[in-house]
Design a protein around this ligand. Sequence first.
Ligand code: NDP
Length: 604
Amino acid sequence: MTLPQCDNPPTPEETAALRERYRAERERRVRPEGPGQYRAADAEFGYFAADPHTDGPAEREPLRDTVDVAIVGGGFGGILAGARLRQRGVAKVRVVEKGGDFGGTWYWNRYPGIHCDIESHVYLPMLDETGYVPEWKYAPGEEIRRHAVRIAERSGLYEHALFSTAVTSLTWDEPAEQWVVATDRGDEFRATYVITATGTLSEPRLPGIPGIEDYRGHTFHTSRWDYEYTGGGPEGGMTGLAGKRVGVVGTGATGVQVVPMLAEDAGHLYVFQRTPSTVDVRGQRRTTPREVGADRPGWAAERRENFLRIVSGEDADRDLVNDGWTASAALLEKLLPSFRRDGEPDFEAAYEAADHATMNRIRERVAAEVADPATAAALQPWYRYACKRPTFSDTYLPAFNRDNVTLVDTADTHGIERMTERGVVVGGVEYEVDCLIFATGFSVGVSGITSGKLPVTGRGGVQLLHAWARRGPRTLHGFTSNGFPNLVQMGSLQNASSVNFTHILDEQAVHAAALVAAAEEKGAVIEPTREAEDAWLAVCAQGAPDHEWFHAECTPGYYNREGRGRPNGPTAYPHGAVAFHDLLRRWREESIGEVLRARAAAPA
Ligand code: NDP
């Protein structure tokens, strides 16, 4: 691992001053309510979560049939699981999805300016299999959504899919050795296996601002963009905003993409910022298939493995992607439970110097791009790199040089103070707006089987959350749990993660499909023993505690539960995604039989 070079290493005095500034800026922002400061987009705020992309769910009769595999969630996780199952010859795969089509986050998020900030050639999965080669280094959201649909179509997943449908419970029918899947559309169908792929950032959240219900102007969340009101589309052209006063709340990865587009089209734009993002160079450009190596078989798998190695701090002979993520790999590694000192006694000091150099460069960029010194000062981030999701844009900072854009800093009031019928109050000043757009992100960990919203009843009528209540979640490799046969979980729990999450999901999908295929071949049920779970928990507990101070000292955000630090307990595999994928591959070759036990019931 190479730390970013530091031409002028900071003096001890400069280091001490920066630490103190970071501490003070964090204190300005920590709120005692932590994650409780937000409210869900449900009940009286349910309209913030309504689906703007369908005319309403199609009428249909409730289903009572039987499928081989039910997949909960039709984002990339569910689609990839379906595709990998179909490659293994599994016939009847039913994806159940809340949205009106496949795509997950790319179905819901269609805001103007939407792009993926991970290089398209490593982010879009199954490029080798589909033969698709993206043209731009960073793909627009619509291209990604279409690719999700492409994989689903080619894998035959539309045939049995249920859209605008939410799974409401999963119940193991022991005599039949099948899952009974109930939904909010009255379905109660059966599945031999269930795979859950419900995502982590899927439910829009709103700040709990006093008076939010009093506001009489137009309002929506970025993940449910209202083009009927704004006009235009993801490429811009929002003629409905001409002459209008528009406010946007939030300057995270979404806000950074939306603001330049709104600045172009709104009469006046107020950007309500609480914490500035780190905004590094984007470098969007067209690419050629030759340049990305797409003239060779297996090019995409090789490229995304190379990206994963670099951002995981592993050795790589070259950097194929060569962008802001790979350049800051050594600083990103601090986010991983596997963070290590590399045996160097002064690694910590070298790390801090490199971090200061990177953050100083990012702050200097703000000063160079934004003309008004007070606005530039407010846009400078004072925390360590990757405390918040890093962002990349070449149009965000210059947007603040426009006469029709005003930055309203809300750090001193812990965010927007309150709302009125006409607009937003910050520091006692009322900003009247015709339209207020919430770029305030998503609730973390509120969907899926660990949230309580999707009750799972396993062997002996045991509820999953009851089974885990006392000693925390128990899994083998994050996928399977004792007492819950033929249930395969995808996600980050006791698993390994990385910034290129579609790669992680694809490896998980391959694994899930292999489990199902092995059980089918042996006429068996998938269920790990308690001993296998214990052994896996012991592996996850090896996570170095070193990186905890990093989250504890960071400015609040969803990475550190709004300033409260990481949750306790072994939540992740500690040695990184590259080692995890190797471990899974070996286990599939040598030990998969450990989780299989003979079926009691005759096959239906
Ligand atoms: P975030 O949670 O990252 O940002 C929410 C924003 O709302 C923050 O700026 C937050 O401020 C602000 N906010 C919250 N409450 C208030 C308040 N009361 N007053 C004023 N401001 C407030 O959500 P995003 O939608 O931006 O991003 C979520 C995630 O989605 C990203 O981290 C990333 O994983 C993913 N994403 C990925 C993209 C990609 O290209 N791959 C693009 C967009 C999103 P504060 O920081 O102070 O809490």
